[in-house]
Ligand binder design. Structure first.
Ligand SMILES: [Zn+2]
Ligand SMILES: [Zn+2]
Ligand SMILES: [Zn+2]
Length: 145
């Protein structure tokens, strides 16, 4: 199920975060493109709008969104933090391929970890409850240009 501005607002309310113009501006900006952003990029994009925020506020807003699961934290090999609002994040468990050139994000619907989970559980006699997996590379359109 694709998420919309309305479902984002509902998610803020469920988590008792006020629907402020600044939070809305960040959500609208993130929803507009299927790519991840650094806090600084979000800050820059909103700079000349009515809803601009200082950089520390943008950091805080993104961390709040991450804490309630509205945005996904993207780790890159440059070790900086990026954020992505996945339009499928209300749907089933999935993973992401991220392009290091254009910052595009592609969902990977198939999860390959069932057998890994079983193997680890047997080997460690532990119970695996979650996993994080993300692929980074060069997307099709960047490869062909
Ligand atoms: Zn996703
Ligand atoms: Zn790309
Ligand atoms: Zn998985």
């Amino acid at each position: 199920m694709d998420i919309s501005i309305d479902s984002c607002i509902a998610q803020l309310r469920r988590n008792t975060l006020k629907v402020t113009p600044r939070r809305l501006a960040v959500i609208t900006m993130l929803l507009a493109e299927r790519r991840y952003f650094s806090p600084y990029e979000v800050y820059e994009r909103l700079l000349n709008t009515d809803c601009s925020s200082g950089l520390p506020s943008v950091y805080r807003i993104l961390q709040e969104f991450s804490a309630i699961g509205l945005v996904t934290e993207i780790e890159r090999s440059d070790r900086q933090q990026y954020y992505f609002l996945c339009k499928e994040s209300s749907g089933a468990h999935h993973h992401h391929f991220i392009c290091r050139i254009c910052c595009r994000v592609e969902p990977i619907k198939k999860c390959f970890f069932d057998s890994v989970k079983k193997h680890i559980e047997t080997e460690l006699d532990a119970q695996v409850e979650s996993h994080i997996f993300q692929l980074e590379g060069i997307c099709a359109s960047c490869r062909n240009h």
